[in-house]
Design a protein around this ligand. Structure first.
Ligand code: P6P
Length: 337
């Protein structure tokens, strides 16, 4: 019987060099995969796990934290403290950089993570996920400062997400295409189910929270209006709309089925720079989309080219099918008819 390749084997087969960074990168990704298996079990218990509901605290984003948000962050942080492959962790759930002192003088990597994206879906049993990004740390002996973290997304060494859905899937790139793994719960292993994923072109599906329409810019309003006009409109084809309330769920659908996911800056979010966070949401998803032949823009330029100015900086996001993204950016930059 042909057996599937496990995550660790895939990573070791794809390693480009025998450098220390590569070795630590492989083991850090395995650490994240290990933590995600714990999170999958926690999430999978639902109400039986006695960990649903609000934690009674707010994160640096001023968002109400769910108990599982806090627990998920703790699980990841404890995992990487023990393994010492990351010099620091930057998380949606923590105000500042969490140095891993145990890795001083050894760790070469930075882990940036949204431990549980879409936590508003937890109590209603809808998709949630973990989004992660890996950057190179400065020399192992230096203290990790915010400026070490503020690197453009094109510098990512790895990016991925775990989607806790009917099955648990891990999607990953180390810069050599996009691979997808499904968790075999019996053996506790992620097994390769697809490699070199490419976003299917020409699929007419868009994802946006339409309740924000009154806040949209003219170019977003034009783009969505043309999609809604369907085959009687200028595009000559009917579109459908999907919205899961969790970026990981919508991006996974775009990766496998095509279309576009959008959370543009609008009149309501402009003062904050947008809704989604650049370092640990937009950048990892943008790298995955580009690696899968798609595109990711803040409406004006590629997300991966943005020079970050803050750990929790927000940004507008439109990502997925390169042609769809290009049409919206063309409207926004005045380069489209
Ligand atoms: P809204 C989840 O809170 C999140 O950060 C993304 O995962 C998701 O795409 C978006 O916000 C949902 O936002 O405004 O629809 O609640």
């Amino acid at each position: 019987m042909a057996t599937r390749i496990a995550l660790g084997q895939y990573l070791r087969n794809s390693r480009r060099t025998a450098s220390i960074e590569e070795g630590q990168l492989i083991r850090l990704i395995e650490d994240v995969a290990y933590a995600s298996r714990i999170l999958a079990a926690m999430v999978g218990h639902g109400a039986l796990g006695e960990v649903l509901g609000a934690a009674g605290s707010r994160n640096v984003q001023e968002e109400e934290q769910q108990q599982l948000d806090v627990l998920a962050n703790d699980v990841v942080l404890e995992t990487i403290r023990r393994s010492r492959h990351a010099r620091a962790m930057i998380s949606e759930e923590m105000d500042s950089v969490a140095e891993v002192e145990e890795a001083r003088g050894y760790g070469r990597l930075l882990l940036l993570i949204d431990p549980l994206d879409g936590s508003g879906n937890i109590d209603i049993n809808l998709p949630i996920g973990t989004i992660f990004s890996v950057l190179e740390a400065p020399m192992a002996s230096q203290a990790i400062l915010e400026q070490h973290v503020l690197q453009p997304g094109r510098r990512q060494l790895a990016a991925g997400y775990v989607l806790y859905g009917p099955s648990v899937v891990l999607v990953l790139t180390v810069g050599q295409g996009v691979a997808m793994f499904t968790l075999n719960r019996q053996v506790g292993e992620y097994l390769l189910v697809a490699d070199q994923l490419r976003i299917p072109p020409g699929r007419h599906e868009y994802a946006i929270n339409s309740a924000n329409e009154r806040f949209w810019s003219d170019d977003v309003r034009r783009y969505i209006g043309e999609c809604q006009a369907g085959k009687d409109g200028p595009l000559g084809v009917d579109y459908s709309m999907r919205w899961t309330g969790a970026m990981v769920g919508d991006c996974h659908r775009v990766l496998l089925r095509g279309g576009v996911f959008m959370y543009p800056v609008d009149a309501r979010t402009a003062a904050k720079g947008g809704k989604l966070r650049l370092l640990y949401e937009a950048n990892p998803m943008a790298l995955l989309m580009e690696q899968a032949g798609g595109a990711a823009s803040d409406g004006q330029r590629s997300i991966l080219d943005i020079q970050p100015t803050g750990l929790h900086q927000r940004v507008g996001v439109v990502l997925g099918d390169a042609e769809e993204v290009g049409r919206l950016v063309g409207y926004a930059t005045g380069t489209a008819p």
